[in-house]
Design a binder for this molecule. Structure first.
Ligand code: KIV
Ligand code: ZN
Length: 392
């Protein structure tokens, strides 16, 4: 083990691309597509896979059942509302899994309890308690989600968490369901619930963040800093509305800044790029060019100053090694911001021995072309070198 890896906490990665991710409008997947992606996700190294919502349709049930039967190397999570019918479907769909958990949820915030559930808090806590006990009859591992936890009063949240712990829930998920929390607040919630909930020794806490304010990754990192040992994530950050915490971003934040966070995952970074492409293709969701880690521009450089630094030493402008992410190499894009160093480097790569005076001759012609178009292709550059310098 390299010294920088020593003493790090191992954070469990629960992938919910095929459940919460698929709830993104227009992202529906067939059972066959889910199986193909589940194989890839298991290979990527996720610890827990949430393949769907068994009670929601026959296709979903079938997808969860098939994945439970075929993917024995990963823990399977059966998702359910805190009602018997949902739990029964989740128990049945996952019964052939080598390892499984039932993941049930009910809302904990006043906003949801008053306006959506239209019940009293007492009734909701009783249902949480009763359904946790019900699920525990079938399955040793029950994860309980207090939905909208980040907008729940602390005493109310602790009351619900204590109730389900008493009934045997061993994983407590405190989601930022509507992406409302700020990083400091979200981390603080984990600290206070962990310290305040009685009976919580040995219980694992999980973070589940949505990205409505673009804070899903930052919030998840704060949860980890405050003791969360599981993170719930999706590939490419797909999910309801603006999506969930992006697996690849969180994993690479931990891998790159583990010095500060002292935590790591079991994900194989070299499989991130292919996995991202597969999910994007299956859901027909294009990846933004500037998407962190897996976007087209993540390792492309156009500015002359950056290109010059990069050609001298990659670490000047790259904090991750694209090759370790399964991306062939960082790319220097020739355009109007490029400098002489990049031009020379590209010609040399094609075997054109361009001296300093050659570059001086070529440079204004290159800039003129670059001004009139976004990118100058290698073919165009070689042609320019041929006509201007008489070099092939
Ligand atoms: O965002 C959320 O609160 C959820 C839970 C139901 C797990 O997806
Ligand atoms: Zn969610």
């Amino acid at each position: 083990m390299d010294q920088s890896q020593a003493g790090k906490r191992r954070v469990q990665v629960m992938d919910t691309t095929l459940r919460d991710g698929e709830q993104a409008p227009g992202a529906s997947l067939s059972p066959a597509q889910k199986l193909e992606l589940a194989v890839q996700l298991a290979d990527l190294g996720v610890d827990v896979l949430e393949p769907g919502f068994p009670v929601s349709s026959p296709g979903e049930f079938q997808a969860v059942q098939t994945i439970s039967r075929q993917l024995q190397q990963v823990e399977i999570c059966g998702f359910a509302r805190a009602v018997k019918g949902d739990i029964d479907a989740a128990v049945k769909a996952t019964q052939d899994a080598a390892r499984r958990r039932i993941h049930l949820f009910i809302s904990s915030s006043d906003i949801h309890i008053t306006h959506q559930l239209r019940k009293s808090r007492k009734e909701v806590v009783a249902a949480a308690r009763e359904m946790t006990a019900y699920a525990r009859q079938f399955c040793d591992v029950v994860e309980f989600t207090a939905m909208d936890a980040s907008r729940t009063g602390m005493d109310d949240l602790i009351e619900m968490v204590e109730a389900v712990i008493q009934e045997g829930a061993s994983i407590i998920n405190l989601p930022d369901t509507v992406g409302y929390a700020l990083p400091g607040e979200y981390g603080e919630m984990f600290r206070r619930v962990r310290e305040g909930a009685r009976g919580g020794n040995g219980v694992a806490y999980s973070a589940h963040c949505h990205n409505d304010l673009g804070l899903a990754v930052a919030n998840s990192l704060e949860a980890i800093r405050n003791g969360a040992s599981q993170i719930e994530v999706t590939i490419n950050g797909v999910g309801e509305r603006t999506g969930n915490c992006a697996l690849e971003e969180l994993v690479m934040a931990l891998a790159t800044r583990g010095d500060s966070l002292r935590a790591e995952t079991g994900i194989s970074p070299e499989k991130l790029y292919d996995t991202s492409r597969m999910v994007s293709a299956a859901m027909h969701f294009p990846i933004a060019f500037n998407k962190p880690v897996v976007g087209r521009n993540a390792f492309q450089h156009e500015s002359g100053i950056h290109q010059d630094g990069l050609l001298k030493n990659r670490s000047t402008y790259e904090i991750m090694d694209p090759e370790q992410l399964g991306i062939p190499r960082s790319m220097i894009i020739l355009g109007k911001h490029s400098g002489r160093h990049a031009l020379k480097d590209r010609l040399v790569r094609y075997g054109v021995q361009a001296e300093a005076e050659d570059i001086e001759k070529l440079y204004p012609i290159f800039k003129e072309t670059a001004d009139s178009q976004k990118v100058v292709s290698d073919d165009q550059l070689l042609k320019m070198a041929g006509t201007t310098l008489g070099k092939p």
